[in-house]
Design a protein around this ligand. Structure first.
Ligand code: NAP
Length: 280
């Protein structure tokens, strides 16, 4: 890789940042498209976030991704914030405009729905309700995406029911909060089940849910991507249901940022998946 005075600059701010997969996947696309650009990890402590963001136009950056713990704090540091980011309550992508102003958006909802659309083309958004497990940052993006896709009804279940109620209020639309303990029954008649909790991740407890009431035509999507095939997905597959893993969402959410900074809309390919999989 050679860097010149005209090299396009972007990166990811987090604290810590060494775990981020974003440099790997943006680096893959930069090489694939032979773009004179770099995408670098930027370790930025929370107390330096505003200075770091305001420095971007001054040092010639086109923008950045934001990861833990900056996504919520950055909302008040932007000049403009997209509607979807405001509803989700978090920013993961920042663009520097020609006049040096900062605009923030959230591409997780886009990543979720693109992944579902491409990997479960039979999913009929009006063909039945969706059940979402979880009420953290990922669940907010999922619920916003489902409401924007005009799903008839979203049943939302979270261990801490108050968080589910707050989420439903913030996003608005046909969202019904159901008690966590009632999840086995709640999934009856759902055409889509999404796990947006951390349950089933490596080093986390397993997700205890029975799929016996879930229609065989339903699609099961786990946002967890480490491991790639969670116990939830394995059980659903063995029961003959269509499954969608979490890696696709991670890759698709990166597309709008890359296009905005580097001027080329990249594809999510098996080659990219394989490169990222080797490191997860
Ligand atoms: P988060 O904000 O920390 O939320 C964690 C969620 O898990 C909360 O709903 C929490 O419930 C629930 N939870 C944790 N431990 C639990 C337990 N023992 N029993 C029941 N529920 C439990 O995390 P997040 O950022 O939303 O991420 C959630 C998952 O999505 C993670 O696995 C993450 O890797 C994945 N993710 C994937 C993508 C992707 O692109 N594929 C993107 C973002 C996130 P309480 O509210 O009751 O604590």
């Amino acid at each position: 890789m050679s860097v010149s005075g005209s090299t396009l600059l972007a990166g990811v701010m987090g604290w810590p940042i060494s775990h981020s997969l974003s440099p790997l996947l943006h680096g893959y696309w930069l090489r694939e498209h032979n773009i004179d650009g770099v995408y670098v990890p930027l370790p930025v402590a929370p107390s330096n976030l505003e200075h770091g963001l305001r420095a971007l136009p001054r040092v010639g950056f086109r923008g950045v991704n934001l990861t833990v713990p900056h996504k919520e704090a950055a909302l008040s540091m932007m000049d403009t914030v997209s509607d979807v980011a405001r509803r989700i309550g978090a920013i993961n992508t920042v663009f520097v405009s020609d006049d040096g102003s900062l605009s923030g958006t959230n591409t997780d909802a886009h990543g979720f729905i693109e992944n579902l659309r491409l990997n479960a083309p039979t999913w009929q958004k009006n063909g039945g309700a969706a059940v979402v497990l979880g009420a953290g940052g990922a669940a907010r993006a999922v619920v916003a995406a489902l409401i924007d896709a005009q799903v008839s009804e979203v049943f939302l279940l979270n261990r801490t029911v108050e968080k589910a109620e707050q989420l439903a209020q913030a996003i608005g639309g046909p969202i019904k909060v159901v008690n966590w303990d009632d999840r086995d029954e709640a999934i009856g008649n759902a055409m889509l089940l999404v796990n947006a909790t951390t349950l089933g991740m490596v080093n986390q407890p397993k997700l205890e849910v029975s799929l016996s009431a879930l229609p065989k035509m339903a699609i099961v999507n786990d946002l967890v991507y480490a491991p790639l095939e969670t116990e939830l997905l394995r059980t659903a597959r063995q029961m003959g249901m269509q499954t969608v893993d979490g890696l696709g969402m991670l890759l698709h959410q990166a597309v709008p940022g890359f296009e905005g900074w580097f001027g080329k809309r990249p594809d999510v390919t098996d080659g990219l998946r394989n490169v990222v999989l080797k490191t997860t």
